[in-house]
Design a protein around this ligand. Structure first.
Ligand SMILES: Cc1ncc(COP(=O)(O)O)c(C=O)c1O
Length: 478
């Protein structure tokens, strides 16, 4: 029990907390992000032992290192993991398929969960864990989250009907697809409260800012029992680290062989999870941070200037993000856990929108990382090329950004591109890319039936904070 991993904050020295506290609090006090006080280390021998495990067994093997058995006993952890993946629509849960246009590339399909994006992978587990811990303590939480279209449906689906949680997915109205919107607003469970927010020039980033402000107010956070399930929550990135292990074992013949991952990136949660896997001992040669025209991450990697510009609307809308908050976790590790520096930089970034990273930090973040910015034209051309290939394969626009990001690889080592959403969530983009008559069957899914918003509140960005305080207050008092 004494040597269990504890969780501290990226931006100030706090008394380390247990796993359950980190998960239920979401944000660390003062708006920092929780990080483990150390990472488990897997030796080559350990990795060889894990190599043949199924994906759920691998989850248990990795996650049990972070979770004190006194908090979640091993049997319960196993049950929670298994239940999290029961609803997935593929027997392998996260299948890897060959890329028809390049034999050194494999596409990892992360979208077979109930709401058809990679967010289901960690969200199902996180919400189950929250419910498990809250039920045991007789507590209730209001979880608020900002979404660019996929986190909201995943959270709403996972939390629907639970008595321990009320869930408030906030989305920029008009900036996600109708399919994504209906996945939230078509749910009738009384504990799900989607809010479409108008006038968000920076899309989901505007909503992140409001959520962060609410969490920085410690009294409000306590009074309203607030928590978050965005990848701010440590549990999300922790679970996402496992799919890198799984992809590695299914792709590389020998433990120790190099591999490259290309990851379509927005808030940097998924890619930070890959970094964690490498820090735990997975022999990843390089990560490609594949972004669209929104350049915050690309600029940081290529010039060391961590600066957000104005949001550009693209065809890979879920990664239209200019404030990648998980980059702070990455910088925290890259600076050797220098909380004072992170705190100063976070304040500077908040005040001026930019931070010039120092030379040692630049060197640390570029070690085994490369970034590529992919234009919409190339994203659409990639979808078309793959669909026209033999055999034909339909990628969603985010998977296409990952594949286009890997186009300069020379075939000397295997590359895994993460396909993070099902194409059926983006029918208009697929139609544009293929420029053919009608929508191909691969761009449809039986769970995505057209419908109308039956459970939706709408408000303006300027009123959002007050709206949430009032609405959550009235739900809590019911
Ligand atoms: C389909 C899809 N791909 C990629 C991403 C980017 O993931 P992350 O925000 O963890 O970088 C997101 C979410 O933001 C997404 O919904």
């Amino acid at each position: 029990m004494n040597d269990a991993i504890r969780f501290t904050s990226t931006r100030e020295k706090i008394d380390p907390v247990r796993f359950d506290e980190a998960v239920l609090q979401g944000f660390a006090p003062g708006g920092g992000l929780f990080v483990p006080d150390r990472l488990p280390q897997f030796s080559k021998a350990d990795l060889n032992q894990m190599k043949e495990l199924s994906y759920p067994d691998l989850c248990v093997a990795v996650l049990s290192n972070f979770i004190d058995p006194g908090i979640i006993p091993p049997k319960d952890l196993e049950t929670l993991v298994r239940k999290s993946f029961e609803g997935f629509g593929h027997p392998d849960i996260l299948p890897l398929v060959p890329c028809p246009t390049d034999s050194s590339i494999r596409i990892m399909e992360l979208f077979h969960g109930p709401t058809l994006s990679f967010k289901d992978i960690a969200m199902g587990f996180l919400v189950r864990v929250m419910d498990y811990l809250l039920a045991r303590e007789g507590r209730h939480l209001n979880i608020i989250l900002a979404t660019t279209g996929d986190t909201g449906p995943a959270a709403a689906h996972a939390a629907a009907g639970l008595s321990t949680i009320d869930c408030w997915p906030l989305f920029p109205k008009g900036m996600i697809t109708p399919e994504q919107e209906i996945q939230m607003t078509g749910l009738t469970a009384p504990n799900i409260h989607p809010v479409g927010v108008r006038n968000c020039p920076d899309g989901g980033d505007d909503l992140d800012r409001v959520v962060l402000d609410l969490f920085r107010d410690r009294d409000l956070k306590t009074r309203l029992n607030l928590s978050s399930v965005n990848s701010i929550n440590w549990c999300r990135v922790m679970v996402q680290s496992v799919h890198y292990f799984y992809a590695y074992f299914r792709t590389c013949e020998q433990v120790g062989d190099p591999i490259v991952f290309s990851v379509p990136s927005g808030a940097f949660g998924n890619l930070f999870a890959g970094y964690l896997a490498r820090e735990m001992g997975l022999p990843v040669h390089r990560f490609i941070c594949s972004v669209n025209a929104n350049q915050t991450l690309n600029r940081a990697f290529t010039s060391g200037l961590f600066k957000h510009g104005d949001l550009i609307t693209t065809c890979s809308s879920a990664i239209d993000i200019v404030i990648p908050y998980n980059f702070w976790r990455f910088l925290y590790f890259a600076t050797g856990r220098d909380t004072a520096k992170i705190s100063r930089w976070m304040d500077e970034f908040r005040a001026s929108g930019q931070v010039q990273l120092d030379a040692p930090t630049r060197e640390a973040i570029t070690k085994g990382f490369q970034s590529v910015s992919v234009t919409d034209r190339l994203t659409l051309a990639t979808i078309k090329e793959l669909y026209g290939a033999g055999p034909s394969y339909l990628l969603d626009p985010h998977g296409a950004v990952a594949l286009a990001g890997a186009s300069k690889e020379d075939g000397s080592m295997p590359v895994v591109c993460l396909a993070t959403a099902h194409p059926a969530k983006f029918p208009d983009i697929i139609t544009r890319a293929l420029a053919g008559p009608g929508l191909p069957p691969e761009a449809t899914h039986p769970s995505l039936v057209p419908g109308s918003d039956i459970n939706l509140d709408v408000c303006d960005l300027g009123n959002l904070e007050q709206y949430l305080i009032n609405s959550i207050g009235s739900v809590s008092g019911r």
